[in-house]
Design a binder for this molecule. Structure first.
Ligand code: NDP
Length: 487
């Protein structure tokens, strides 16, 4: 299999200049070869996106919306097939790809498809005049994705961009080239003009070319803080608009009146879903002292029952991390935790066999790790690990835990567990994070804005808020009287 570009409505032959092998994280067997987009291919993608934009922007919102909703239906009709592709490419359990990845991509297309006909400006009654605003598209938008939720990230960017009348060129992560191509095919099948959603493959250099390209109006990245800073700086030279969905080291705060079982479930969801490779994960779990021991006991028992194994097996609950290099990085963090004095309560080892006794030694598997005896200054409590590693910290008072939770340059997410409704809101209102939960964690319905404070991002995805990030506002003043002139 060769993964090439999708330009102007079709998969290109590509040219084998710079290329590399794409591996299945579960066994490190090759899945195919990726051909990096050449400069000529990037220019061809821009030319075809420009043509599509000229057609697309003249469509009514209802016409655009229909295409998005068709595309959502196509994704849903191919659920099994695309979920399997995603699982083989990313290493996540098929149960997750089936339940979340493809359907949340389809949700975004449906939501913004339904909204497209309702995107409008405002009217202003003025003295002897009136004014109105128009929400106009920006033009060609670039989407640049991370590897943990490839099709979801592509759809979360494409859906609002296209609903608003823009076209998009999307660059998936060099580690996960597969399902953005499926989304591109779905748009074509759904009736989109050729070039409306192009895909270019490649590494950060291709991403940087998109950021620098003078005919690209906006860049939306999902990635690390370090890449976000580079893209922000690159876009600044042309004052391009950016949306940045970046990393985090989010707090999950559990008060002693919380429902223990739910709190443990949430802490596990907040750390072990998709092998812990989730930007919004609540990796600093603050537990109030009175329930610390009982929380830890239940968390350990339930974590040790997680079924690690072949991601394509429907019973598997934890798959393989994205690459050998990433596995080594996570293990380095685990070593750092141990050497800094934290106690590894369970996990953090590379299993040889899965829960059915099958040999998984060739894959990038890691058993979910829980650290206790942690303090706030340890590397494992400060840096984003992006793997199945949970750190537990104890606390006494509300004021103390709020200060400690906020003591980070990140601000993507936060969670609070308590049965005291007043405290739940009071604490959440003081946490410096863009996406928060009370008595749950990592739930991201399309209706709610998603994004970060501080170094975790700029702008918002999902919800009505995304519309303002994919349109520009034009104000029009209309005179009904004479021009009053002093000359
Ligand atoms: P990276 O920042 O390494 O890469 C993200 C994307 O940016 C990739 O496609 C990458 O290309 C590209 N890129 C790298 N350098 C440049 C550059 N100079 N100019 C333009 N594009 C560039 O992140 P990962 O892929 O490793 O993903 C993990 C990170 O993503 C974590 O920090 C995680 O928190 C964050 N993330 C944030 C989410 C959010 O919504 N807030 C959701 C999911 C993940 P290449 O193909 O070479 O990697």
């Amino acid at each position: 299999m060769v993964y090439t570009q999708f330009i102007n409505g079709e998969v290109t032959k590509g040219s084998k200049g710079n290329s590399w092998v794409n591996y299945n994280p579960a066994n490190n067997a090759p899945l195919g070869e990726i051909y990096q987009a050449t400069d000529d291919e990037i220019d061809a993608a821009v030319n075809s996106s420009e043509k599509a934009f000229q057609i697309w922007k003249t469509k009514t919102g209802a016409e655009r919306g229909r295409v998005l909703i068709n595309a959502a239906n196509i994704l849903r009709s191919k659920l099994q097939q695309i979920a399997l592709l995603e699982t083989q490419d990313v290493g996540k359990p098929i149960a997750e790809s089936l339940a979340v990845d493809i359907s949340s991509a389809a949700d975004a297309l449906e939501y913004f498809g339904g909204m497209a006909a309702g995107i409008h400006g405002e009217f202003f009654d003025l003295k002897n005049a009136f004014g109105y605003t128009r929400r106009e598209p920006l033009g060609i938008c670039a989407g640049i994705g991370a590897w943990n939720y490839p099709i979801q990230i592509a759809a979360w960017k494409a859906a609002p961009a296209l609903a608003c009348g823009n076209s998009m060129i999307f660059k998936p992560s060099e580690l996960t080239p597969v399902t953005a191509l499926e989304l591109a095919k779905a748009f074509m099948e759904a009736g989109a003009p050729a070039g409306l959603f192009n895909v270019v493959q490649g590494d950060g250099k291709v991403g940087a070319r998109l950021v620098d390209h003078p005919r690209i109006a906006k860049v939306s990245l999902t990635g690390s803080v370090a890449t976000g800073k580079k893209i922000f700086a690159g876009a600044a030279s042309q004052l391009k608009q950016v949306t940045l969905e970046l990393g985090g080291k989010s707090p999950l705060i559990i008060f002693d009146d919380a429902d223990l079982q739910n709190a443990v479930s949430a802490a596990m969801l907040a750390n072990f879903y998709t092998q812990g490779e989730v930007c919004s994960n609540g990796t600093r779990v603050f537990v109030q002292r009175k329930i610390f021991d009982s929380f830890l006991k239940q968390l350990k028992e339930r974590t040790e029952k997680i079924r690690i194994g072949d991601p394509t097996d429907p019973d598997t609950q934890m798959g393989a991390v994205i690459s050998k290099a990433h596995l080594e990085k996570i293990i380095r963090f685990i070593d750092s935790g141990k050497s800094s004095g934290a106690r590894l309560l369970t996990g953090g080892i590379k299993p040889e066999k899965d829960f059915k006794g099958k040999d998984i030694s060739s894959g990038n598997f890691l058993s979910p790790a829980i650290f206790t005896d942690c303090n706030d200054s340890m590397e494992i409590c400060k840096e984003e690990i992006f793997g199945p590693v949970l750190s537990i910290l104890s606390f006494d008072s509300e004021e103390e835990v709020i200060d400690r939770a906020n003591d980070t340059p990140f601000g993507l997410s936060a969670g609070v567990f308590t049965n005291d409704i007043k405290r739940g809101h009071r604490v959440i209102h003081q946490l410096q994070a863009g996406t928060c939960w009370i008595n749950n964690y990592n739930i991201t319905p399309i209706e709610l804005p998603f994004g970060g404070y501080k170094q975790s991002g700029q702008g918002r995805e999902n919800s009505l808020a995304a519309i303002q990030h994919y349109t520009q506002l034009k104000s029009v003043y209309v005179e009904l009287g004479n021009v009053e002139s002093p000359y």
